[in-house]
Design a protein around this ligand. Sequence first.
Ligand code: ATP
Ligand code: MG
Length: 449
Amino acid sequence: MAYRSVRGMRDLVGADAALASHVGNTLIAVAQSFGYEEIRLPLIESAELFSRGVGEATDIVEKEMYTLSDRRGRQLALRPEGTASCARAMIEHGLLRGQPQRLWYAGPMFRYERQQRGRYRQFEQVGVEAFGIGGAAVEAELVQLANAAWRALGIHRHVSLEINTLGSGDARAAYRAALVDYLTPHVESLDADSRRRLTTNPLRILDSKVAATQRVLEGAPQLADFVDAPARAHFDALRALLDDLQVPYRVNARLVRGLDYYTDTVFEWSAGAIGAQDAVCAGGRYDGLVKRLGGAATPAAGFAIGVDRVALLCQEAEAEPARRPVDAYCAVLEERCMAWALAATQQLRELVPGLRLRLHTGGGKPAAQLRRADESGACWALIVGAQEVAENRIAVKWLRESRPQALMRVEELAVLLRTGAPVPERADAGGATGQAEQSASAANALAGN
Ligand code: ATP
Ligand code: MG
């Protein structure tokens, strides 16, 4: 019997894995450059955290959550998103009493959705959250952070930003009532999902992509007309900051986002180039969430980026970094040289930080070993035979340039490997890419630990 991965849960291998790591590491490096700190959250939470935090009448809770009960019958959920967990952790550890918290998290999320391009049941997010900070400045910072990430990845020309304000809770309640009054007589013209939402989560109807529903919505009352003066001033302040920063955006009065916890500002970046599932980043302000989860009222704002979709966009935009999984490949011509080769290659790894050096094992003819070296993508083949061992040297063959072979001591070779490596990164990539490769915590986080 052949096993296959579960529907919607993908394996990423080779270039796909490398690209997903590159995207994740770059996003993390940019978040760190803004002074955001890592928070590592569990994959499993109590199901109630999400039904309470995200909202009963949201897509996530109504139909997308992976729930399970443990041996004692407790209702648990594989986390569908990170914000509620993050708020839970802040409250649980009493971290909201003192100064504000700026945090990032990375890792897999789970939603039972229909699998398609850009929509999976296990997908990866990198999110940032700022707790304890009201006002528009931190929202502008979040926008700036996302923009810095797009630039570092070389995809800034392929994304566009939409923003909106939901106003205060009261404004939203008044608008919700007005929207229901308007839509109720048109109920027959709405799609089935929207009809159901009319009683559960009417604001979500604004998000509908069904043409008939969109036609009905054309005459609907506008959320903007219900937003009260303080919320309006808040939104204007954000717009003024974005204008000053020359960040392009569009105000979309229909943008409401699917989660209950948002208040005031909401935003979303999309990238048409990746197809129908085009949202790559979404977030906003959620001043009510901490209180809703039992903490003291705390202003907060954040966003989450979908790593899988950003990786698709990098492919579409041809912004994939050159992939070089191996810098050097060491061939071992005789089995009796193996102990020497194992020691010498390890010495090289210690002398050259970041070196990716693969040792050939399993023997074979020299030509076959060199073919393997070439296929590995390495720039250099290192060759260890009886003569090299006797002379305490390693033969070096340049695989990507025509240069004569050389014989070097380990120390000399280390200098070559440290300084002679061709730089594979794209010229237009920002500094963040370089930093990303050095961030071990980032690499661990994305490995799903
Ligand atoms: P969508 O409208 O596409 O369903 P969403 O509003 O449910 O997105 P959020 O909960 O805001 O998404 O999550 C933030 C980001 O995570 C999205 O913008 C998207 O890039 C990514 N994302 C969400 N769901 C999935 C999924 N099932 N597969 C891949 N990426 C996803
Ligand atoms: Mg969704």
